[in-house]
Design a protein. Structure first.
Lengths: 252, 997
């Protein structure tokens, strides 16, 4: 028995949000300008993810060399300090299979998004570190990678933004779950390309009634769009700053 | 320990976010948990008089807006203006009965802080509050003050969590008062005061300083004109000086419960056990606890070992040293006999003398458990098997306390002192004999004597011999029909209140004029129904039946086989999952049939009209259609939702007459004849497979048609048509069980009946061997059925039936379960001798059938199955609830018959034949088949107790009777008894008293 009401009849969730509100999202790009080609830091609620992109660079070994396009590698690092408590820690760190699986899915998502044919015979390496976890882990990783890629200047078709959405009582969709809600509700994670309705990734690991799927998809798509806007604002803001500083440099 | 960070404002969507930081330890590790906490400014105050909050509403996912509950013109009392109440946690926890009463407490606001505290302290009370909020009748509202930016308070560095919460509640009261005075529509309504009810003096004083109007419960009730009556409803608790029981000279002290840590440790290393106490109905000081790793229950003897445990409590027990292991007593003991002279105002110390603690080391205790296992596994014939390991209660995990029904025990009060209106203590004897008396204080003693009353238990302090409770309400005169019926419904936890408005809202709007749609292509679902209106369907039920669940038809197919259809009312067409109607049905789980009353599971409109397969009208049904050959073998089976039109509704007798009437050769009658023939063959097959033919002494009470007084008792008769319907229902249930199991391997709702454990029959077989030289074999149900058939006493034709009644009692009860919780071989229904079984045929009166309908509908692709019926845990809960309700419904039904039989016997005393079925060292139990009653005859009323010799091996009791003639009575003896109905002082129930002639 959980000690709190996951979704109260008055329409408020454990942390005081309403059903369609996402958590506080803050992000930065170009956090590590020296050590890599593109970097980002993204925080949604208490989930904190950092990504660094290297590339396009010459492949480290022959096996990762493709004649017609770039070779994409994703390294996911979820250190044990990022977890809430000891029990979940054991669960995931041993189960590295799950992380491998996630890396493969991430490669698949971004393979289609990056215009890889522009960079033949090179490699693009994406390193992601999860600093803190409080739900919607996978969508935060996707959002953070998306930002870092933009920062690196690698050509992409569009943003990719992701969010998760749960279902309360087989009836009410609930957007952007935190850790407590993820324990209790079935939920799916979705990634959307740009402002379109093209779903590039959908992950569902629990049971969800089929008839509720449409509702959940609709709300997650609009949630993704909101996240895309928030990221876009940040990118534009920091781009302006960068242009300004470049201009100042060139004047000097 | 919480450390609060300063808040940060989030500009993107206008919310303030703060962090809740606390340290949690689990398994000795400490970990820091950080949670986000959003503070908002758009939480409506829910007052209809507020002009501001209407404008800040946000829709829920379905587009609905929250409903404003608090009245714009709340109650005003003399000396207290129009006011809203804000309740503190302690008030809710202590006075929930009062809060639920329909006379006071309207327009109440529960702050979230309080609601969460209540939820952590007592989940049942939380659900009661939530249902009050939901029902709208008493205008309760929850305000989420912890999420409101003006009401949230940060915890100060040295402040305890409780103090912080109290401060948060006061902060809310202050804000609410300010909010109301700012935004209330003053042109139309008079100003509203916020009244903070709190029983904590300290908090009240602080509130006064902060300018909040605060009252204690007593002070608040004093404003009411009928304050004195209401005060009785306030429970006893220690804060109030007038309710102090503990200042007595002689004190009894129960052993203290172990600390939680010690209990957890003990359970972990298996020196302590957890189980549910089962108090013997014959001896209130003897209980048994079944624990998982021992095959036989542990015995708990004596008041001190029981240590304040109630029947049904979940407790932790510890084994006693071996020299204290004992036999279960063959004595009968009743509370009132033993403690008749206890004074309600003080406690005596009789049990206190042997209160020496025996200390046993951990290792010794472990050895003791091996001994216990050894003893229990020993050869059943050896001496040691009779001795059971005993244990004592050292902790209570969960109380089984609920409202109890009882009456003031007349011994405990001074009848001359009734005139004064001061508060007095008295004992309430509960109807359930296995429970102790409860002490209550009331100032309305005079009115309450001779009434059935409902009480609630507050606590059982360590130094009080009896638990303390408070009066809730009065049901009426003892022995009046209304009071007794309500009492037994309450006692068995049957929900009998009328259906609430939101349940009734789920019914079709057309009401009684609802009709099967004419257009059969109207929507996707109706297209999937088969039109079976051309089949000659009829229903056969008991006379006067209005909720017709089932109907049948049979017709000859061109190939010579029979098409037989069983049509079941399509309840799930109206009862959709996740509606209030479904929730209500699931919680009631079964209709309850009393002699003069029926408590429906579903609203009357469905049960007796829209779902009921009434004759001459079109109805939706769920049909199982077989192709059977002449020997009733199944060739083919088909399940379909359908539309039928019943041609006739017969009673069993009418149907029998029609079948017997040779001249009647119409198609319907011939169909019925075919059904009868097929059913006889089905029955024979079932019996060949080993189905049991058991008996229970079922009787029926005839009511006088004018006065509704019970006039006559009759043993139920069975006609061939009864078994006609029964056979086809069994067949349908079995077929459906197979189908839903094949589709839902983990969550199919099924019914099983376990093999009876051989130990249950040990005593009966011993008795049979000694007294009659007979034996019942138990290898399988077939052997049991055959051996039962062979146990015939030529001198006594009733003996066989008696034996069947007694063996029925040795059987396990059948139970509902989820297919995932047992393996396939354990699905077996022992009594019916089939490998798989469910209930499908009575969805109007059983919830299991509703679930089976939904699962079958999904299995045939009619509609998709709701998630709750696919989730194993949820289904497990459903099955558990159905089992419990089903059992209680049976008990309630029997208790109702017992009451009426008592009323009938009141007027006609007679001498009847009876049979001895049990022998104790100080009494015998006799069953009278004619009335279906059994009763204990105590040795004192048989004759001279000192002359009695109890021969345990031969099940004989010999004694000198009143005329000083020696007489011997043994088990299975036929005796003549005089049947009288007497009024039992202790339980205030009329019950049969038998006197040996």
């Amino acid at each position: 028995m959980s000690r709190q009401e996951i979704y109260s009849p008055e329409g408020l969730r454990v942390d005081g949000r309403r059903w369609n509100e996402i958590r506080r999202l803050s992000c930065k790009i170009n956090t590590h300008p020296i050590s890599c080609d593109g970097s980002s830091y993204l925080q949604i609620g208490n989930t904190k993810v950092m990504t660094m992109v290297h590339g396009p660079i010459e492949p480290k070994n022959k096996s990762s060399l493709l004649q017609d396009r770039a070779y994409l590698t994703v390294n996911l690092n979820i250190p044990s300090f990022s977890f809430f408590n000891a029990t979940t820690n054991k669960k995931l760190s041993k189960n590295s299979k799950k992380i491998l699986e996630l890396q493969v899915s991430l490669v698949n998502i971004f393979q289609d998004l990056i215009i890889l044919k522009n960079y033949p015979r090179t490699q693009i390496i994406i390193n992601t570190i999860v600093l803190n976890q409080d739900g919607s882990l996978i969508s935060s990783i996707i959002n953070s990678i998306s930002l870092a890629l933009i920062d690196s200047g690698i050509s992409m078709y569009d943003y990719i933004s992701s969010v998760n959405c749960g279902l309360f009582n087989s009836k009410f969709p609930i957007l952007d779950l935190n850790y407590l809600e993820e324990l209790d509700l079935p939920f799916l994670t979705i990634a959307i390309i740009g402002k379109s309705e093209n779903v590039s990734f959908l992950l569902l690991e629990n049971n969800l009634p089929l008839d509720a799927l449409e509702k959940i998809l609709a709300i997650s798509i609009s949630g993704s769009h909101r996240i895309k806007d928030l990221m876009d604002n940040q990118v534009k803001k920091s781009s302006k700053l960068r242009i300004k500083s470049i201009n100042e440099q060139s004047i000097n | 320990m919480a450390i609060e960070n300063p808040s940060k404002r989030l500009f993107t969507n206008g919310l303030v976010v703060t962090q809740k930081v606390f340290v949690r330890s689990r398994n000795g590790d400490a970990s820091k948990v950080v949670r986000e906490h959003y503070l908002r400014d758009d939480i409506p105050c829910l007052s209809k008089g507020c002009t501001y909050c209407q404008n800040i509403l946000k829709p829920d996912p379905e587009g609905n807006f929250v409903h404003f509950t608090l009245s714009a013109t709340p109650l005003s009392l003399e000396g207290l203006a129009h006011h809203y109440l804000v309740l503190d946690t302690n008030i809710i926890l202590h006075a929930i009965d009062l809060i639920e009463s329909s006379s006071i407490f309207f327009d109440v606001v529960i702050p979230q802080t309080v609601l969460e505290e209540v939820r952590n302290r007592s989940f049942p009370i939380y659900t009661r509050i939530r249902s009050l909020v939901r029902s709208d009748e008493k205008r309760f509202a929850v305000f989420h003050n912890d999420f409101h930016q003006d009401c949230y308070v940060y915890r100060n560095p040295s402040e305890s969590m409780n103090d912080r919460n109290d401060r948060a509640i006061r902060q809310f009261c202050q804000w609410f008062q300010l909010h109301l005075s700012t935004y209330q529509d003053k042109d139309h309504y008079s100003p509203i005061q916020v009244v903070f009810l709190c029983n904590d003096r300290d908090s009240r004083e602080k509130a006064k300083k902060e300018g909040i109007l605060s009252k204690s419960l007593f002070e608040y009730i004093d404003y009411f004109p009928n304050a004195n009556d209401l005060k009785d409803l306030i429970p006893n608790y220690d804060d109030e000086p007038s309710n102090d029981f503990s200042k007595n000279k002689h004190q009894i002290t129960y052993p203290e419960y172990y600390s939680t840590a010690k209990l957890m440790g003990g359970l972990k290393n298996a020196t302590l056990y957890q189980g549910i106490v089962n108090v013997s109905p014959y001896n209130f000081l003897e209980g048994q606890v079944s624990v998982p790793n021992l095959s036989k229950p542990l015995l708990i003897l004596g008041r001190e070992s029981l240590n304040r445990a109630f029947n049904g409590d979940q407790v932790v027990v510890e084994l006693l040293p071996k020299e204290k292991w004992k036999k279960p007593s063959s004595l009968i003991m009743e509370d009132d006999v033993v403690n008749a002279n206890d004074n309600a105002d003080d406690d005596d110390s009789e049990d206190n003398k042997n209160n020496k603690t025996i200390s046993i080391s951990e290792t010794e205790r472990k050895l003791l458990i091996y001994e216990a296992l050894k003893t229990q596994n020993a050869d059943p014939n050896s001496e040691s098997s009779v001795i059971l390991p005993t244990a004592k209660v050292v902790g209570i995990v969960k109380r089984n306390w609920r409202p109890f029904v009882g009456q003031i025990s007349s011994h405990s009060i001074d009848l001359n002192d009734l005139k004064s209106n001061s508060t007095k203590s008295c004992f309430v004897a509960l109807m359930d004999k296995s429970l102790p008396k409860v002490r209550i204080r009331t100032r309305r003693m005079k009115e309450l004597i001779g009434k059935r009353i409902v009480i609630s238990i507050d606590s059982w302090p360590i130094n009080s011999k009896y638990p303390q409770g408070h009066f809730v309400r009065s049901l009426g005169e003892i022995e009046s029909v209304e009071a007794e019926t309500e009492a037994l419904l309450l006692e068995y936890g049957v929900e009998y209140k009328p259906f609430s408005k939101n349940v009734l809202d789920c019914l079709p709007k057309e009401g009684h004029s609802w009709k099967v749609p004419q257009d059969l292509n109207a929507d996707e679902l109706i297209k999937k129904r088969k039109d079976l209106r051309d089949r000659l369907v009829c229903s056969i039920d008991p006379p006067g039946c209005v909720d017709i669940d089932d109907a049948l038809h049979a017709r000859r197919l061109p190939n010579g086989n029979w098409e037989v259809g069983v049509h079941i009312a399509d309840v799930t067409h109206f009862v959709k999952p996740n509606t209030p109607l479904d929730a209500e049905g699931a919680s009631r789980a079964t209709s309850v049939y009393l002699v003069d009353k029926r408590i429906d599971m579903l609203p009357l409109l469905l049960g007796t009209d829209l779902c009921s397969l009434k004759p001459y009208v079109d109805r939706f049904s769920f049909s199982v259609i077989w192709e059977l050959d002449d020997d009733a073998n199944i060739i083919n089976v088909d399940y379909t939702k359908s539309i039928i039109k019943s041609r006739e509704a017969f009673s069993y007798e009418q149907a029998q007459l029609r079948i017997d009437d040779k001249n009647n050769q119409d198609e319907l009658t011939n169909g019925m004849r075919a059904l009868l023939q097929l059913s006889i063959k089905l029955k024979q097959k079932r019996l060949d497979a080993g189905a049991l033919n058991l008996a229970s002494p079922e009787v029926k009470v005839h009511m006088d048609s004018e006065t509704y007084d019970p006039s006559e008792v009759e043993v139920k008769k069975l006609l061939a048509t009864n078994s006609l319907v029964e056979e086809f229902m069994l067949l349908a249930n079995i077929s459906v069980a197979r189908k839903i199991y094949s589709s839902f391997e983990q969550t199919a709702m099924l019914r099983r009946h376990g093999d009876p454990p051989a130990t249950n029959f040990t005593l009966l077989n011993q008795m049979l061997k000694v007294r009659k030289n007979m034996h019942i074999s138990l290898e399988n149900s077939k052997a049991l059925a055959d051996s039962l058939d062979n146990c015939v006493d030529p001198k006594d034709p009733y003996f066989n039936t008696l034996l069947r009644i007694m063996s029925t009692r040795c059987m396990l009860a059948a139970e509902y379960f989820i297919s995932g919780s047992f393996s396939y071989p354990e699905f077996k229904h022992y009594g019916l001798a089939v490998d798989i079984y469910t209930h499908f045929t009575s969805p109007i009166r059983r919830y299991c059938d509703v679930v089976a309908h939904r699962q079958l509908a999904a299995a045939i692709g009619y509609e998709s199955l709701d998630i709750i019926h696919r989730d194993k845990n949820k289904m497990d809960l459903i099955a558990k609830n159905i089992n419990k309700r089903h059992r209680n419904a049976q008990f309630a039904g029997r208790a109702s018959i017992e009451y009426y039989v008592g009323q009938v016997m009141k007027n006609n005393e007679s001498s009847e034949e009876g049979y001895v079925i049990k022998i104790f060292s100080n009494g015998i139990v006799v069953l009278v088949p004619k009335f279906g009653v059994e009763s204990l005859i105590k040795l004192e009323s048989l004759g001279d107790p000192n002359s009695a010799v109890f021969d345990e091996d031969n099940f004989e009791l010999s004694f000198k009777n009143k005329k000083n003639v020696k007489r011997t009575v043994a088990v299975f003896d036929r005796v003549i008894v005089q049947v009288k109905s007497v009024f039992d002082e202790r339980t205030s129930k009329r019950k049969a008293e038998l006197v040996l002639v």
